[in-house]
Design a protein around this ligand. Sequence first.
Ligand code: NAI
Ligand code: MG
Length: 343
Amino acid sequence: MARIAVVAGDGIGPEVVAQARKVIDAVLPGVTATEYDLGAARYHRTGEVLPDSVLTELAGHDAILLGAVGDPTVPPGVLERGLLLKLRFAFDQYVNLRPSRLWPGTAGPLANVKPGEVDLVVVREGTEGLYAGAGGSLHRDTPAEVATEESLNTRHGVERVIRDAFTRAARRERRRVTLVHKTNVLTHAGSLWARAFEAVAAEHPDVTTEYQHVDAAAMFLVTQPQRYDVVVTDNLFGDILTDIAAAVTGGIGLAASGCINPEGRYPSMFEPVHGSAPDIAGKGVADPVAAVLSAALLLEQLGHPDAAVRVTEAVATELSQRTPGVPLRTEEVGDRLAGYATA
Ligand code: NAI
Ligand code: MG
């Protein structure tokens, strides 16, 4: 039976992760879960972010379920780079999978898009680009201060994530992949991405392809999100575009993600896209759906597609019965989802 590591983290992280675990236990009894105390609270208590010993222990699990880390009291970057990015890089989670659906019953902000019409997935590169940490600074805090941040793109890294996007598209109904980049300005990286895309596309004559510049894609995600099926893009563009995709499909409380090492050499990590939401933490009002949908991605990755479908259908039932504007209780939503998933 699967062994998962749980990093509930800070703020609403523990509140929503508790519901995700409830649902996992309901559809797949017998999963063992080991909790790891990481995040802002531990950082303040001990100064530790991600000790090597913990990294080694995490590596021994089949998957990681993460809530959220972060707090206004921790300097920016400490937990993001030291924990989240370190895990993504150390475990070679090069596919950052971010699906977005406009669920029936959910009110999105777009007047021209009807529930059920949007069903897209962004395959964001997770280990390279501007997030690789290449760069530095000189003469800090002087008028001569210089800072650089370089985008790293390897043929190996780009080709493997594009290949993953095509494999996913080939299994979907519309079988369409959109490459998003900025090849007209970022010509070095853009050319590498475009040539790798063409090469992989040639292996998939059954998949339709298109290319868009990232600024156009930002616009079309708002004006015509229905047009997308699978979108493949670099680390930074994917980060930004997936917040737009979340916003147009009912908000951050519903957005799930997986940081995936497709070969399974390391554990993949599943987490809601949202953060620790300090403004609502402790009130029991956070929407656990993003965490529960992340758990569905986890179940899928661990080879339990039936359990994953039951969880996704439970979410569909829950959302179809919501009345916009009526406040929710985190625990009650979790209880209902566990119930629907096992009905
Ligand atoms: P956030 O996602 O925590 O919150 C943004 C807004 O969305 C807030 O108004 C919040 O109440 C609301 N919200 C978020 N999740 C919700 C849910 N499940 N149900 C209902 N409302 C929800 O982003 P913010 O405020 O920029 O960051 C807060 C902290 O979280 C920061 O320390 C940040 O660094 C960290 N963070 C961590 C992430 C992670 O662990 N993967 C991702 C994003 C931010
Ligand atoms: Mg983000």
